[in-house]
Design a protein. Structure first.
Lengths: 258, 929
């Protein structure tokens, strides 16, 4: 399956293409962003540049920020959201921003259409529940928190064109009483698949939205992560800086609320 | 029919129609073929460069319906009906392109030129929508295009100023030395017509691919090669060591040559060649090399220096006991006694990593047999050395081997060694067909030379009043499986280990140690950057221990014209290190105040620091003859032909050597026609390395120019103060208002086809080093010092370099723009070495795991040029190529220490290493953990 080609061709290396390739890059129905009262539907072949330039509710701030960090302009102009999700790299920049939106994916085949929560769709390092006869036709984001700002933080060893050492997305809603309604934090590059920090999210709910919120973050909150040592960084460092970035992301969320 | 356009790749080629540069084209090709290949091979648009085939370098950027895309990641069939613009099509987009191109050339935005098309296309995509972008918008636009030469800042300023009217650059008239001439080969780098290694492959060339060892060390045996060849259509030959008519051995230093073209029985590093497959392009392209008939028996590999040095360790080469390739030694005074008597002694151990050159141009070329001669056109830094090695491999006399060097898309030392040349030459010789090869990025990273990893232990001592007394250095270098330039590194480091300072008592012992890893070779500085990382950090410690200002400590101890170096050489003139350091004083004081203010007032986890480091570097070979020969010819039409054999790898020798020659002769630069370093037409100017081309070849060009001038003055009967005019087949000497003419039309032509030929050789005066390394290893040294300002995020361990101020004594700045280009590009490589570059053999053989700086990582670089002339060099000039990279990394490391009080002793200082050092310094119970 070929769309933007930004994972397909690098994986090919010096080999030539063998076997059938289906190019979906020109299927108009797979491209673009549609709004309905309940949800936002992003066509699978929508590129990162299109997402970055789109007029989207504030809860998409993290996704749009991530869109500008996927590779560089050349990759963003071709690479698609479905490609990023189906490639299922642990370091896929789009996954944490979509996880905090409780996004779903729509899978289409000749035998029909089904929807899965994104967190159920990606099951491991480069493993998804897409059947070989399916394409990821849309990403669907339920609305409800659309006015809540979200943030995306990425740490890499250089400025552009860099695979994340760690990255995360967060959003925090503020209720009328000034307390946290919903808190969602997802971390990528620190386990086989990006993870939501559910315990932290529970601990934050109901807390006053103020600067000190980030001091509630404890090392145990990132226990669901299982980072590895690789060429980019050792596991211990990833845990250490992820904790810092989670705190910074919460600070940024609080700031965006005020 | 389904709405999906289906492509069945097993089917034959499809016919595609699209527009390229405004022209409708029809192409028959495989639908999933990379667009970059279609543009280059089917349409001949070789201005689009291929650097990685993975979207990691951006060299292949084209516009697809107006948007910048990497053409290596677009399938041919995806552009059906679309509009593609390549660098060749930019002309049609005038006046935007015209302005952008002029701006690029005037700013010095193109050095080697391999990234220039990608940069121009990315800039065009930006400027068409946003003619007056901000700096950060420019950076976002070119963030996906890697440049290894320029350090990016000149490219950014070229794009920022593209909208404005340009002041015309200096013209190529008399008085060229010192002028900011646009590089003479700039136009073709900016319009995509420059020919690099992969850009002129003959249409009928066979393709060659190499079978390489997947293991660091393995024994191997071949299966049935004959049936492998015979059962595959289109395969013409399988070549192994048995097919080599001459010596299966090459190497850059005579006496140390030890590397086989094809390994025999055992491979000594991952990526070593064992065989090659040659045949029709499509057939060879489609081969799955995993299925080549060879069986491997992996053996225990020596990876670390210590393991290789252990007694009983297997020997990589039977004639090199202890796996020591060679040692280096410089001893002066009594270092033990001086250290015992010093008021302050500091010591440290420092480690550096394999660093990959990451030239954006992978090694490439083709060979063809012409009768009983072989011709090789490839990217190289050293055509005559290539010729000698290929002659030995093919058992031919040297004059039957012709090397045609192409433009080089980044060299930095790695293209001094052979890469594709022996394979394609051997195949073309046997098959009597042109044979081509371009390394894949993976192949390039796994098999070509690297910067030597170093482990350096050093001590230094000073007196209470801040005088350096002694330095003691023991350095081991992991030289990998074959000699390459290991002996040069082992010899250079002890000579330079003191830095450009007066150190009366000195001992430096080095070893180059073999391991089963990729050969370490030449990389900008031949080990001196590694040594300087140790020495300049140690001197910082000394200054801190003495309670002295770190810059003033260096100024106090700076070498001068009359003091002996650690090899006992008294240079007598041209020692400009003190001037360089003093030139940094102003910024040093301001930067330190700014950093202190920031650190005092910030409520963030950011800390700022300032660091300085000095440098010296001897120009040319160490105590060895390294002559350059320049030939200039005067034609009947009064044009001057310069046989310029100093390969221009982007640093600018085509321009510099011409500027020197022009002024020495007294002719305008635009009177010259340049010939390349083709060994059949141009004499040997030696290799482009060791910062020797401006100095050595430049001096030969100066002498040749002066000699031709004398001849013409004599013929005209003019005095030495006369000026020349070259026109209408005459040379007119204007002498005190009198015009004395030499008519060229009637003069006979000599054997070279010129009316006058001048050929002059220059070999810098040096003397051999004795058993203690005492003597005059170089005739000239370049000096410099860098000041780095950094900001460290103490919670993340990340470093942002805010600004670099670089002072360099270049003797005489022949072309300030080109020198700034060397300084800025050197600083970028130094920054990469300091903060991110580390190659681990077997891992990350690509440009997304192996990271080099992008535009967003480079700070502004202010270059201060000092001209303390050295009379040996042309117009007093010294080299700058390697000098530029040496002080950056230690200056950054010293700035990090200044910011956070922590010494990073292993480079690169990656975020995790810095963070670990911060945590270790705080101790386990620290609540700030």
């Amino acid at each position: 399956m070929l769309a933007g080609g930004t994972d397909f061709f690098p994986a090919l290396g010096s080999r030539t293409v063998s076997g059938a390739v289906i190019d979906v890059s020109r299927v108009g129905e797979l491209r673009g962003i549609e709004f309905s009262p309940d949800e936002v539907r992003i066509g699978g072949a929508t590129t990162w540049s299109e997402i970055a330039a789109a007029s989207l509710p504030r809860c998409f701030d993290a996704l749009r920020a991530a869109a500008r960090e996927v590779g560089a302009v050349q990759v963003q102009n071709r690479g698609t959201i479905a490609g990023n999700l189906c490639n299922a790299s642990p370091a896929a920049d789009s996954v944490p921003p979509l996880l905090i939106l409780d996004a779903e994916v729509e899978l289409t085949s000749c035998s029909g259409v089904r929807r899965l929560l994104l967190r159920d769709f990606i099951v491991g390092n480069r493993k998804t529940r897409r059947r070989s006869d399916e394409i990821l036709s849309s990403v669907i984001v339920p609305l409800g928190l659309q006015d809540v700002p979200s943030v995306f933080l990425k740490l890499g060893a250089r400025r552009y064109l860099v695979i994340s050492i760690t990255m995360l997305a967060a959003l925090l809603s503020r209720e009328g009483d000034g307390r946290v309604g919903v808190a969602r934090i997802a971390v990528g590059s620190c386990s086989a698949t990006a993870q939501r920090l559910l315990e932290l999210e529970r601990d934050l709910a109901g807390q006053p939205v103020r600067r000190e919120l980030s001091s509630l973050v404890r090392a145990s909150h990132i226990a669901p992560l299982s980072p590895i040592d690789d060429v980019r960084a050792p596991a211990a460092y990833r845990r250490d800086v992820t904790l810092t970035l989670v705190r910074r992301a919460l600070d940024a969320c609080v700031e965006a609320q005020s | 029919m389904s709405p999906w356009s289906a492509i069945e790749t097993r089917k034959p080629e499809v016919d595609l129609a699209f527009k390229v540069n405004g022209r409708a084209v029809n192409v028959s090709t495989l639908p999933a073929r990379r667009l970059s290949n279609v543009l280059r091979e089917n349409l001949g648009l070789t201005g689009t460069k291929v650097g990685c085939d993975a979207g990691d370098c951006g060299a292949c950027t084209v516009l697809l319906d107006g948007e910048a895309v990497c053409s290596c990641m677009v399938a041919a069939a995806q552009v059906e009906g679309c509009e593609i613009t390549t660098v060749e099509g930019l002309k049609a987009r005038a006046p935007l392109y015209d302005r952008l191109q002029k701006s690029f050339l005037a700013a010095g935005g193109a050095q080697c030129g391999i990234c220039t098309p990608g940069m121009l296309m990315s800039a065009t995509a930006l400027l068409e929508n946003n003619p007056c972008p901000t700096e950060s918008e420019v950076m976002d636009a070119i963030g996906g295009v890697l440049c290894r030469c320029t350090g990016y800042r000149k490219i950014v300023s070229a794009i920022l100023t593209a909208h404005s009217e340009h002041v015309s650059s200096p013209t190529a008239h008399a008085g060229a030395v010192g002028q900011r001439l646009v590089r003479l080969d700039g136009q073709r780098k900016a319009d995509g017509t420059e020919i690099f290694g992969a850009d002129e492959m003959p249409a009928d060339a066979l393709l060659l691919r190499v079978i390489r060892s997947p293991y660091h060390r393995a024994r191997f045996s071949f299966g049935d090669l004959r049936s492998y060849r015979e059962t595959r259509l289109g395969i013409q030959a399988v070549l192994t060591a048995k097919d080599i008519p001459g010596k299966n051995c090459f190497g850059v230093i005579p006496g140390f040559a030890d590397q086989p073209v094809f390994a025999e029985g055992e491979t000594r590093f991952r990526g070593e060649a064992i065989a090659a497959v040659v045949g029709e392009e499509q057939a060879v392209e489609q081969l799955d090399l995993e299925r080549f008939p060879v069986s491997w028996d992996e053996c225990h590999a020596l990876m670390e220096i210590d393991e290789a040095l252990q007694s009983g360790a297997p020997l990589l080469h039977a004639n090199r006991p202890g796996n020591v390739l060679v040692g280096g030694r410089v001893v002066r005074g009594d270092v033990e006694k001086a250290l015992a008597q010093a008021d302050v002694v500091v010591e440290g151990e420092y480690e550096t990593s394999f660093v990959e050159h990451a030239c954006i141009e992978p090694e490439a070329g083709f060979a063809r047999r012409v009768g009983d001669r072989i011709e090789v056109q490839a990217c190289t830094q050293s055509p005559y050395m290539d010729r000698a090695d290929l002659a030995a491999i093919l058992a031919l006399p040297a004059d039957r081997v012709r090397i045609i060097p192409t433009a080089v898309g980044g060299g930095f030392g790695t293209k001094l060694d052979l890469s594709v040349q022996p394979f394609i030459a051997l195949a073309a010789w046997h098959l009597n067909r042109p044979v081509k090869m371009t390394y894949s990025r993976v192949e390039s990273i796994m098999s070509t030379t690297k910067r030597h990893p170093a482990r350096i232990r050093a001590r230094a001592g000073a007196s209470k009043d801040g005088k350096l007394l002694a330095m003691d250095i023991a350095a081991d270098f992991n030289t990998g499986a074959y000699a390459s330039w290991g002996p040069t590194v082992a010899a250079r480091v002890p000579v330079h280990g003191s830095g450009p300072y007066r150190v009366p008592h000195y001992r430096a012992l080095t070893r180059a140690v073999h391991t089963h890893l990729v050969p370490a070779g030449a990389f900008r500085g031949f080990g001196v950057p590694q040594g300087t990382i140790a020495q300049e950090q140690l001197y910082d410690d000394l200054a801190n221990r003495l309670g002295m200002d770190r810059l003033e400590f260096r100024i106090l101890n700076a070498l001068d014209d009359d003091s002996p170096t650690v090899t006992g050489q008294v240079l007598g003139e041209g020692v400009g290190i003190r001037e360089c350091l003093e030139a940094l004083r102003l910024r040093w004081k301001a930067a330190r105040v700014e950093a202190e203010d920031f650190n005092r007032t910030t409520s963030t986890p950011l800390r700022r620091g300032v660091g300085v480091a000095g440098m010296w570097y001897g120009c040319g070979n160490t105590s060895l003859s390294n002559p350059s020969t320049i030939r200039i010819g005067l034609k009947r039409n009064a044009r001057i032909v310069l046989h310029q054999g100093a390969v221009d790898i982007g640093q600018g020798s085509n321009t510099i050597v011409t500027q020197i020659c022009a002024d020495a002769l007294g002719a305008p630069v635009d009177q010259f026609d340049l010939l390349s370093g083709d060994t059949s037409i141009t004499p040997d100017c030696g290799k482009t390395s060791a910062s020797r081309q401006t100095f050595v070849t430049g001096k030969a060009a100066y002498l040749a120019g002066r000699a031709l001038r004398q001849t013409l003055l004599r013929m005209a009967g003019a005095c030495d103060c006369a000026s020349f005019e070259f026109r209408d087949g005459r040379v007119i000497a204007v002498d005190n208002g009198k015009a004395l003419s030499v008519d060229l039309a009637d003069l006979p032509l000599d054997e070279h086809g010129y009316v006058l030929t001048q050929e002059t050789t220059f070999d810098p005066p040096t003397s051999p080093l004795d058993e203690n390394g005492q003597g005059n290893p170089y005739a000239v040294y370049g000096f410099g010092a860098h000041l780095a300002e950094v900001q460290v995020d103490v919670e993340l361990g990340t470093v942002r370099v805010l600004r670099i101020t670089a002072a360099h004594d270049v003797g005489r700045a022949i072309n300030p723009t080109l020198i700034e280009g060397q300084v800025e590009g050197g600083a970028a490589q130094g920054l990469g070495m300091a903060l991110m570059e580390e190659f681990t053999p077997g891992k990350g053989e690509n440009l997304h795991d192996y990271l080099i700086p992008t535009v967003g990582d480079m700070p502004p670089v202010e270059t201060i040029l000092i001209e303390k002339r050295s009379s040996v060099g042309p117009f007093g000039a010294k080299g700058i190529g390697e000098q530029a990279v040496i002080p950056t990394a230690p200056a950054i490391l010293n700035a990090i220490h200044d910011a956070i009080g922590v010494r990073i002793r292993k480079v690169p200082a990656t975020p995790d290493r810095i963070r670990a050092a911060i945590l270790a310094a705080r101790g386990p119970g620290d609540p700030r953990g």
